[in-house]
Design a protein around this ligand. Sequence first.
Ligand code: UDP
Length: 357
Amino acid sequence: MGQRKGRRVVLFPLPLQGHINPMLELANILHSKGFSITLIHTNFNSPNPSNYPHFTFHSIPDGLSETEASTNDLVSLLLLLNIKCAEPFTECLAKMVSDASEEPIACLISDAIFHFTQAVADSLKLPRVVLRTGGASSFVVFAAFPILLERGYLPIQDSRLEELVIELPPLKLKDLPSVVYVSFGGIAALSEAEFLEIAWDLANSEQPFLWVVRPGSVHGSEWLERVPKGFLENLGGRGHIVKWAPQQEVLAHLAVGAFWTHNGWNSTLESVCEGVPMICMPCFSDQKLNARYVSHVLKVGVQLENGILERGEIERSIRKLMKEKEGEEIRCRVSKLKEKAIDCLKQDGWFFMQIFG
Ligand code: UDP
């Protein structure tokens, strides 16, 4: 079938084989229906253009170092790709959009994991269609997160692991994902002993976690040299350590059940605005005051009173927040505070007055 005018689509696959293949399948189907196909792809794991002479290919630099590209830590890789591809992808797509000699683009089709592409498509006034390459059943579960949260299934409590999720048969609670987010902002630093204590307590908590360790934030090491050999591997994919994370987006994710924070003011507000209860570990300055308000006035978090070097305190706090009755009350309060924050933000800054006034 010949190509029809106004039917050019741009596709952007995630550079992992299980994501590239379905995107190319879709491209073939669209081509057979008369669409002209342009593929933007990263240098990393690039498809072979000679296998698809009927498509146009544009390669963008992904900026991954050799070590980054060969990591086994998938979560870090996906975060890095979302950060490092943003600029070259925007540049490449903007050029295509403004090229008057080419047929106009009908829409962008991007992999769901390339979440930064929504903002790019919006800025270029292009419709964006998302290709999800996972099964429909996992999509249903992710889409059901708001209900699962509202009905108290999440965060998952140990005592309920074998319970059926009535709304999603035959799933059991233990089949659902649930996560602790750990980050101490852009300034706070840790001693080696504190760093190791955090690592062991996270491991012992038995909860999935995403931990941001800023390079240079542990005294005496550049990044993760102090992590015991095999630490993450032994957790079987339950724990991920990254150098940076898009914090607001992470906190907005419904899988995040708690934020272990240094209570920098931005982090505190972001946690409240996303309704995420906090484990407060202030380091200095206003962080101590913020933490005390969060734990004792607003009561939307628990504070580590004895410092992290007290063995088991972190583990107990995580448990309290994620699994015990007190944690349930805290989660309920932070959800209400989130609603209040959203309402107050609509009224030109009354938020600050209402929560701390
Ligand atoms: N931040 C981020 N990703 C990271 C670490 C930090 O986006 O991996 C952002 C976080 O969302 C917050 C800011 O950096 O907006 C940190 O500010 P905060 O006042 O909480 O702490 P500070 O860095 O001033 O101690």
